[in-house]
Design a protein around this ligand. Structure first.
Ligand code: SAH
Length: 205
């Protein structure tokens, strides 16, 4: 998976590649899809939600430039897989999930792996999580019409936010880097994510 789907497509951050090799993706996917865990595709995880394609997980992880002393916020815990990858790379991961049953699944999966530096919060991640702010990196793993303003406020100066921004069906992967004067925005290609639903995201429908 790492050689053929990730390294060959230009992800070179060796710490990210190591984390992707070490975390067993099949433990985060319920049957019958767990047998396809190392294929180049997103997969269903229940409750209408999906675990992202491995390449997109690696790309988003590399884009926030994770460093060992960093604190990172993820919006959309889902299976917990992305949080597990992040937890190998940074000091503290906070991940927010809107659906309580999905948060329970993420918690069970992370207990199986035995990772300690992850807090799973149930709530609307479009408001961020001020209690653990500021964050060196913020990753939104659901599609948002625009970047929720509270998340920009919760980034450190120098912090990087990555998110799929656009329509409910297709989006563009965007990074925002915060500096003293504001934010610098850049684009990293087309993606498809399930919608971010909440106060600063999409309406529940
Ligand atoms: N990162 C996950 C996949 C995320 S799928 C993984 O590694 O498996 C997107 C998730 O975002 C879904 O579980 C969905 O319920 C959640 N979500 C949608 N809107 C949200 C919100 N406002 N706050 C927190 N989670 C949200």
């Amino acid at each position: 998976m790492v050689e053929h789907q990730i390294r060959s497509r230009g992800i070179t951050n060796s710490r990210v590649l190591t984390a992707m090799r070490e975390i067993p993706r099949h433990l985060f996917i319920p049957p019958p899809y767990n047998t396809s865990a190392y294929e180049d595709a997103p997969l269903p995880i229940g409750n209408g939600q999906t675990i992202s394609q491995p390449y997109i997980v690696a790309l988003m992880t590399a884009l926030i430039d994770p460093l060992p002393e960093d604190r990172v916020l993820e919006i959309g815990a889902g299976s917990g897989y992305q949080a597990a990858i992040l937890s190998m790379l940074v000091q503290q991961v906070t991940t927010i999930e809107r659906i309580p049953a999905v948060a329970d699944l993420a918690r069970e999966n992370l207990v199986k792996i035995g990772l300690q530096n992850i807090s799973i919060i149930v709530g609307d991640g479009t408001r961020g999580y001020p209690d653990h702010a500021p964050y060196d990196g913020i990753m939104i793993t659901a599609a948002t019409p625009e970047i929720p303003p509270p998340l920009i406020d919760q980034l450190t100066i120098g912090g990087i936010l990555v998110a799929p921004v656009g329509g409910r069906e297709i989006q563009e992967l965007i990074t925002l880097t915060r500096n003293e004067n504001g934010v610098v925005r850049s684009s990293h290609g087309g993606v498809r994510f399930v919608p971010l639903i909440g106060e600063h995201g999409w309406a529940d429908s």
